[in-house]
Design a protein around this ligand. Structure first.
Ligand code: HPA
Length: 293
């Protein structure tokens, strides 16, 4: 970097990747995971973990929200190597769209072929129960921005044909990984329903009128993350699975007001189910990725 010429976004990602490669040596995970609000405990049980705080990684944004501890955990789940992000940053914290999705760029450049994104979400559909895990089948981007605005950077592509300016979003959430998740849940004996996630910028929760509007648009879940990560992961050509943990009824559907405390506490209730699901997804996705290549 020379004075007056800030290092490019692409080069920032490369610097973060070199730093992580130095730390991780020959460890080569194909699966990445992001644990959302109150869901970080799913990391318990990871074998031989190596913890890398976001604060030490060049250019990596640091989370400021309670319940997001902000570190990468590298280790094995169900025998397969994974890179797990414990905590994420959000637009409402004041980060730019490019900072919010920086970790996805890093995961792709590290050789990750599929990401599992988890989040806490409010239920717009009355059919969900609190603490239920829901597979996201599609989304509505209500954030008012897209993380790909700006010059296209095709060098972020992780496979041939990816990295395009305009690209297909017909199937943002991998049908084959969703099938795998449903199989695991049925073996484990719990339900995995499906839903459409609408992403809003926050940080204020929605008004009852907004929730009625989002329901009319076809959304069944509402939250403040995941969609920017999905867009960037799909731009790079990574497969995406996204799982919401229903932490509360959306505004206007419950007699009590919403609080972050409620969102955080319900997240903790589902941790054992989520842990079992993630632990089996890691080897399942790894072998599916290897079979497809
Ligand atoms: N609205 C927006 N984001 C959320 C909610 C909600 O009700 N619950 C958890 N994240």
């Amino acid at each position: 970097m020379s004075a007056g010429h800030p290092i490019s976004y692409f080069d920032q990602v490369q610097e973060a990747v070199s730093f992580l490669r130095n730390k991780l040596g020959t460890f080569k995970p194909r699966v990445g995971m992001v644990l959302g609000s109150g869901l970080g405990d799913a990391v318990e049980g990871i074998e031989d973990p190596v913890f890398i705080p976001y604060s030490g990684i060049p250019h990596f944004p640091e989370s400021t929200v309670e319940g997001h501890s902000g570190r990468i955990v590298a280790g094995h789940m169900g025998g397969s190597p994974v890179l797990l992000m414990q905590g994420r940053v959000h637009f409402y914290e004041g980060y730019t769209p490019w900072q919010v999705t920086f970790p996805m760029r890093v995961l792709g450049a590290m050789g990750i072929g599929a990401v599992v994104l988890t989040n806490a979400a409010g239920a717009i559909s009355p059919d969900y129960r609190l603490g239920e895990l829901v597979l996201i089948t599609d989304h509505i981007n209500m954030m008012g921005w897209n993380p790909l605005v700006g010059p296209n950077e095709p060098r972020f592509a992780v496979r041939p044909g990816a990295g395009l300016r305009f690209f297909d979003m017909t199937e943002p959430y991998s049908p084959w990984i969703r099938g795998l998740a449903r199989d695991i849940a049925s073996t484990e004996g719990f339900d995995l329903s499906e839903g459409v996630y609408i992403a809003v910028s926050g940080p204020s929760f929605e008004t009852p009128a907004e929730i009625r509007a989002y329901r009319a648009l076809g959304a069944t879940l509402v939250g403040m993350s995941t969609v920017p990560e999905t867009i960037v992961a799909r731009h790079m050509g990574m497969e995406v699975l996204a799982i919401s943990c229903v932490t509360n009824q959306a505004a206007g559907l419950s007699p009590t007001p919403l609080s972050h405390d409620e969102v955080f506490k319900t997240g903790q209730l589902v941790r054992s189910r989520l842990r079992r699901l993630l632990q089996q997804l890691a080897p399942g996705i790894t072998s599916l990725l290897e079979a497809n290549l």
